[in-house]
Design a protein around this ligand. Structure first.
Ligand SMILES: Cc1cc2nc3c(=O)[nH]c(=O)nc-3n(C[C@H](O)[C@H](O)[C@H](O)COP(=O)(O)OP(=O)(O)OC[C@H]3O[C@@H](n4cnc5c(N)ncnc54)[C@H](O)[C@@H]3O)c2cc1C
Length: 442
């Protein structure tokens, strides 16, 4: 193993010989359709009937369902699921390109059948469910006949799963679940909840006696499971397999969030660029002030760095596996929170007073940046993962000096030319002079 091997836990560098940043024309046509569809159908729905796409109200459904049908007719429904899991099998890279559009519009993910938290739960069901479990829950979730939630975090701690206490006890032909969960997104409106217990992952219908949903927080629910009884076949995957299932679920979810964040920061960037060209201050358009140019230039670079990281990660998942891409996924997780924070703040600031209101999407975007750094695991934990995994590709160098200590390397290199230097004193003197001038600090 070389002692310096950047990105050692990613795909081997040797494999990455073919670089192509173009989108195949057939899929680009689909993306163009999605772009137009979102502008002309999804955005107006969001503006006039916010929440209609998620609603169970028949009148709201009558507005949203025809849009979902159009997506299905285009073969773009539930793109996140690979073919072996029952989806269209387009892969993560194409999903990333799609999410770069969908992430701009509040209800687009649900209109395209790719909305969290259902997507991650469906991935778990597709990968670990029995045929009967898939028939009962996966296909209805895919068709949005039912909705789901994921109950993992507990009030006493979220980052450290060893602190979780919710447990299932077997009693005859039932499991009895007791414990308390916190921040279960959309728990109150879910039909089924995936409950992570210390000894397994369980599917709990929300209406089961003993499921007690607290009043606060309103959207991310505090739920008590008071001796909740479910049949034995509500255990998903193996007994004691909850951690593996949760990792599988969260890995996919994180990269999807990152893909949609690219859409968000591009929107912030578009708003900022339009504004700086439209407004004047101190005798010139704002765009001509150098500090504004710096904000544009930094944002441009950061957005593209994030985008390339996300696309590379999606490519890695397609070409190997989510597990293989776990270091990259973790890097996407904290990078998207950082870029969202930086770019949305710059855009908000450049909008002046208007930026501080909720009359543009910027304020909500900026407020969501801290959330992004916590949801799906706090940034610190992901940074630890990246550092640990990356460092596995390195080894300590013996002695006091690092392997790149130039005098030692030069001494080593001189051995290669030893006979030449010995035979030609003039050349040896030239080499000495040249080496000294190349090392001005000596
Ligand atoms: C919008 C949103 C939606 C969510 N949806 C769900 C959901 O659907 N289901 C669900 O189960 N949970 C959900 N969560 C909860 C989320 O998973 C937890 O908030 C997260 O895992 C952190 O747990 P915590 O809030 O208990 O923070 P803690 O674990 O108490 O961490 C608090 C702080 O301590 C520090 N810290 C913790 N660990 C480390 C470490 N190892 N190294 C350095 N610093 C550290 C960090 O600064 C961290 O921010 C959601 C959270 C948000 C914000």
């Amino acid at each position: 193993m070389r002692s310096v091997q950047p990105g050692a836990r990613g795909p081997p560098w040797e494999d990455a010989v073919a670089w192509d940043f173009s989108t195949e024309p057939q899929f680009q046509e689909q993306l163009d359709w999605v772009d137009e569809f979102c502008r002309s159908e999804v955005e107006p729905l969001d503006l006039v009937f916010p929440g209609a796409a998620y609603s169970r109200d028949p009148k709201a459904r009558a507005l949203a369902d025809p849009l979902k049908q159009q997506v299905k007719d285009r073969g773009l429904w539930a793109l996140f699921l690979d073919s072996e899991l029952g989806g269209p099998g387009f892969g993560q890279l194409k999903l990333a390109l799609l999410n770069e559009i969908l992430g701009r519009y509040r209800s687009a993910p649900v209109i395209f059948g790719t909305a969290a938290p259902d997507t991650g739960n469906m991935e778990m069901l597709a990968a670990y469910g029995t045929e009967d479990q898939k028939r009962r829950w996966l296909y209805p979730l895919m068709n949005q006949e039912i909705f789901s939630a994921f109950s993992m975090t507990e009030p006493q701690g979220g980052s450290d799963p060893s602190l979780f206490q919710t447990h299932a006890t077997r009693d005859g032909d039932e499991w009895v679940i007791s414990g308390e969960k916190w921040f279960t997104s959309a728990g109150a409106r879910a039909d089924i909840i995936f409950v992570m217990c210390t000894n397994g992952m369980f599917v709990v219908p929300r209406q089961t006696p003993g499921v007690e949903i607290g009043e606060y927080p309103a959207l991310h629910n505090h739920i008590r499971y008071n001796d909740v009884r479910v049949p034995l076949d509500h255990l998903l995957g193996p007994e004691d397999g909850a951690k593996v299932l949760a990792q599988r679920r969260l890995g996919g979810g994180r990269i999807h969030h990152a893909m949609r964040t690219v859409a968000q920061v591009r929107l912030a960037f578009d708003i900022m660029c339009e504004r700086v060209l439209s407004r004047e201050s101190h005798g010139k358009v704002i765009a001509e002030h150098q500090m504004v140019q710096e904000a544009i230039a930094d944002s441009y670079a950061e957005i593209n760095m994030l985008r390339l990281l996300v696309l590379w990660t999606a490519w890695t998942i397609d070409n190997s596996s989510t597990r293989q891409a776990r270091t990259q996924i973790a890097a996407c997780k904290y990078t998207c929170a950082k870029v969202l924070r930086e770019v949305s703040y710059r855009a908000l600031h450049i909008m002046g007073s208007l930026g501080t209101t909720n009359l543009t999407p910027l304020q909500a975007m900026w407020v969501s940046a801290p959330t992004m750094a916590i949801a799906d695991g706090v940034d610190e934990v992901h940074k630890v993962t990246v550092a640990r995994n990356v460092l596995k590709g390195y080894q300590p160098h013996p002695g006091v000096w690092p392997s790149e200590y130039i005098p030692a390397k030069r001494e080593q290199a001189r051995k290669k030319y030893a006979s030449l230097l010995a035979a030609d004193p003039e050349l040896a003197a030239w080499a000495d002079r040249a080496s000294r001038s190349a090392m001005p600090w000596t």
